[in-house]
Ligand binder design. Sequence first.
Ligand code: FES
Length: 108
Amino acid sequence: MRPIWRCSVKPAFLEMDADAPRVPVRFAGEVLMLPEGANLAAALLAAGVTVLRQTPVSGAPRAPYCMMGACFDCLVEVDGVVRQACMMEVAEGLEIARPHEGGTHDAL
Ligand code: FES
């Protein structure tokens, strides 16, 4: 079955600088070693994270799409604040969660 979401960046083709120092971040409870200073959305995709959030109404999965701050499909909760992952850099100790992880909301 084809996924109903799409991403403009193919995770399998992302390469990270092999020499970049890796720092631990926690995403959805899992510790990931990501290259310090890399674009957070790209680093998560390269690490195999393909669903950054789910829509609050239908629960549909979303992943980074535009990589330039326009689509908001890369929203994540970082240290308790909802932010665009494509507008952030990887830093040691980030605590990242999927926003609205507690469940879907009633339709507006
Ligand atoms: S990927 Fe579109 S706003 Fe981040």
